[in-house]
Design a protein around this ligand. Structure first.
Ligand SMILES: *Cc1c(COP(=O)(O)O)cnc(C)c1O
Length: 386
């Protein structure tokens, strides 16, 4: 074959549903010399990743690890380890990722009850309680930040409900971790998984997973082996924890990158990071309003890090996104499922939550839609200054 040319750097502005922009120091960490995966220096990196993850997720007990694959593998890890064949699972489906959870739980052999929520809306715990009636479940699972719809689901009351159902509480925090407060201990979460390429601003490739003590006990009490050898948390723990028994070769350089990304979160301070995401979102929303573009989600439930916007009538949304990419190097996301063709998804995640990103996006949208860029800039600037 003819050998392909070496890759050249593309300077894209990533404002879709992930991956988010990666800071230079994270890219530099990824390019550090590879060392052995049982090298004492690397074991220290693993330990530090664990404790930083635990801090960022607000887990005062239990255990954190980074699964060697993307966010969906974190989802699968939680479900295949906590569920055994025939267990009952209650899964909330309010978008793509809740739907994926239900499918993974079903494939893990569970009897799955799905509580369906209209796309673009959140649910009330009282309604979920009424749906669950007095059945008991092994797990109750929902998505905290539904990236397909742009909805932030409040978690209040879910711990009590899970207790009443005899269930462990499983939460998808792929898009929430690092962008909005996530408090594993305070919110009573038993199993939480995330991803690196959303608000943590690291390339995709790892999935942080945090388990409570109760979830760890549940894994230890299984009567059947986890059907996935690769995602078996007991084997993974023997590698990440005490014995350091070889299980698989951790993606060493990815963990260097995650180490730096987590360090940047803590250096900024979690409160400051959440406040930054919230402020940038207010700027974007004000600018969108000035452009007469309507967000799909009510303000109280809107994710700061991912805004879904209704595409104006008569606009070919995919063609317009192609123009944004070609003319502005700007990547926005399209809609998924029932929102395909009618919705844009605008991400302000991690290192992408800056004033520069807000203004660049509004300018580019004004240009391609032939709307008033100046009004948008001024509205955004006013909101950003508040
Ligand atoms: C992105 C995402 C996932 C899946 O993560 P991958 O890294 O694409 O496997 C799961 N849940 C939510 C809410 C997400 O946004």
């Amino acid at each position: 074959m003819k050998v392909p040319a070496p890759l050249v750097a593309q300077q894209r502005v990533l404002m879709g549903p992930g991956p988010s922009p990666v800071p230079p120091s994270v890219l530099a960490a990824l390019a550090l010399p590879t060392i052995g995966h049982l090298d004492p220096e690397f074991l220290r990196v693993m330990d530090e990743v664990r404790s930083m993850l635990q801090t960022i997720a607000g887990a005062r007990s239990g255990r954190a690890t980074a699964i060697s694959a993307t966010g969906s593998a974190g989802m699968e890890t939680c479900l295949v380890n906590l569920l055994e064949r025939g267990d009952r699972a209650l899964v909330v489906r309010a978008g793509v990722f809740g739907t994926r959870m239900a499918e993974v739980a079903r494939r893990a052999g569970a009897e799955v009850d799905t509580f369906d929520v209209p796309w673009g809306e959140s649910f009330d715990v009282a309604d979920l309680r009424a749906f669950a009636a007095d059945r008991s479940y092994r797990i109750v699972a929902c998505v905290h930040a539904e990236t397909s719809t742009g909805v932030l689901q409040p978690l209040e009351g879910l711990r009590e409900l899970a207790d009443d159902l005899g269930a462990l509480l499983v939460v998808d925090a792929v898009t929430s971790l690092g962008g909005v407060p996530v408090e594993v201990t305070e919110q009573g979460i038993d199993a939480l998984y995330s991803g690196t390429q959303k608000c943590l601003s690291c390339p995709p490739g790892l999935s942080p997973v945090v388990l409570s003590d109760a979830a760890l006990e549940r894994v230890a009490a299984r009567t059947t082996p986890v059907q996935s050898w690769y995602l078996d948390l007991s084997l993974i723990e023997a590698y990440w924890g005490g014995e350091r028994a070889y299980h698989h070769t951790a993606p060493i350089n990815m963990l260097f990158g995650l180490h730096e990304a987590l360090r940047l979160c803590l250096e900024e301070g979690l409160e400051a990071r959440y406040a930054r995401h919230a402020r940038m979102a207010r700027g974007l929303w004000a600018g969108l309003e000035a452009l007469d573009l309507a967000p799909r989600v009510v303000p109280e439930r809107r994710l700061p890090q991912l805004t879904t916007v209704a595409v104006p009538d008569g606009v070919d949304e995919a063609a317009l996104r192609r123009r944004l990419l070609n003319e502005f190097d700007l990547e926005l996301g399209g809609g998924l499922g029932p929102m395909k063709g009618t919705t844009w998804r605008i991400g302000l995640m991690g290192a992408g939550a800056t004033e520069r990103h807000v203004h660049l996006c509004l300018d580019a949208l004004a240009k391609v839609l032939e709307r008033d860029a100046r009004a948008a800039t001024e509205a955004a600037a006013r909101a950003l200054a508040e």
